[in-house]
Design a protein around this ligand. Structure first.
Ligand SMILES: Cc1cc2nc3c(=O)[nH]c(=O)nc-3n(C[C@H](O)[C@H](O)[C@H](O)COP(=O)(O)OP(=O)(O)OC[C@H]3O[C@@H](n4cnc5c(N)ncnc54)[C@H](O)[C@@H]3O)c2cc1C
Length: 190
């Protein structure tokens, strides 16, 4: 069984930053991630894609409402959502590469699969292909959070969607009601 000084479960900003720091401090470190890509909510379905889309919508807004004031006249401005999404995916993909590089550079072993505790030191990593046990002197749980399903909505992920699906829309909806006016709700509304 592979043994590590530290096993980090979850590769979001909480997980990958602590894994890098542990490795920098000389500890033999592993990170376990259940999704095929590292980066957690933030990189895959949170901060990064939402900011990429926000930048695009801001340009669109400015070109429609502010450019003429500067004497910049553009006719027939249209939004090509496919291209907007392509740009967002490119940004995510570049950051995935960056994260992969950081794992290698800091000699952090990456395990793809769902991590669960067998006992206080042994973690079972399970994916479609295999099950593997790894041993950690210390374990960091950085498993983050997921959108909460409200019991009175049928969250079909088509008409009633979460912050994850909205980042992959195929067309711009004519109307949208956002439940929740925190930072994420306001940002997605924009
Ligand atoms: C739309 C949106 C926009 C946001 N914008 C911002 C922003 O601008 N600025 C900001 O600071 N924050 C923002 N956030 C919040 C930010 O994404 C989270 O605070 C951050 O991702 C939390 O990091 P984390 O490492 O704790 O968890 P997560 O990023 O959720 O990562 C947890 C990881 O653990 C993995 N995992 C869970 N269980 C297991 C298991 N048993 N085995 C293996 N892996 C497991 C998950 O697959 C996931 O990859 C935004 C969130 C959303 C949804």
């Amino acid at each position: 069984m592979d043994s590590f000084d530290v096993i980090v479960i979850g590769s979001g900003p909480g997980g990958y930053v602590s894994a890098i720091r542990c490795a920098q401090l000389g500890m033999k470190t592993a990170i376990v991630e259940k999704y095929p890509k590292l980066g957690g909510t933030c990189l895959n379905v949170g901060c990064i894609p939402s900011k990429a889309l926000l930048e695009s919508s801001e340009h669109f807004f400015k070109s429609n409402h502010e450019f003429s004031e500067h004497g910049i006249m553009i006719d027939n401005i249209k939004m090509n959502l496919t291209q907007t999404m392509k740009r967002k995916e490119k940004i995510i993909s570049e950051m995935h590469q960056g994260l992969g590089f950081l794992m290698k550079k800091n000699k952090i072993t990456v395990f793809n699969g769902m991590g669960s505790f067998i006992d206080s030191n042994i973690i079972m990593v399970k994916n479609n292909q295999e099950e593997k046990k790894i041993n950690g002197k210390n374990i960091i749980i950085a498993t983050g959070s997921k959108p909460f399903s409200l019991p009175f909505f049928n969250m079909d992920k088509k008409r009633i969607i979460t912050s994850t699906e909205i980042l992959q829309l195929k067309e711009i909806p004519n109307n949208l009601t956002i439940v929740g006016a925190g930072v994420i709700g306001l940002e997605l509304g924009s």
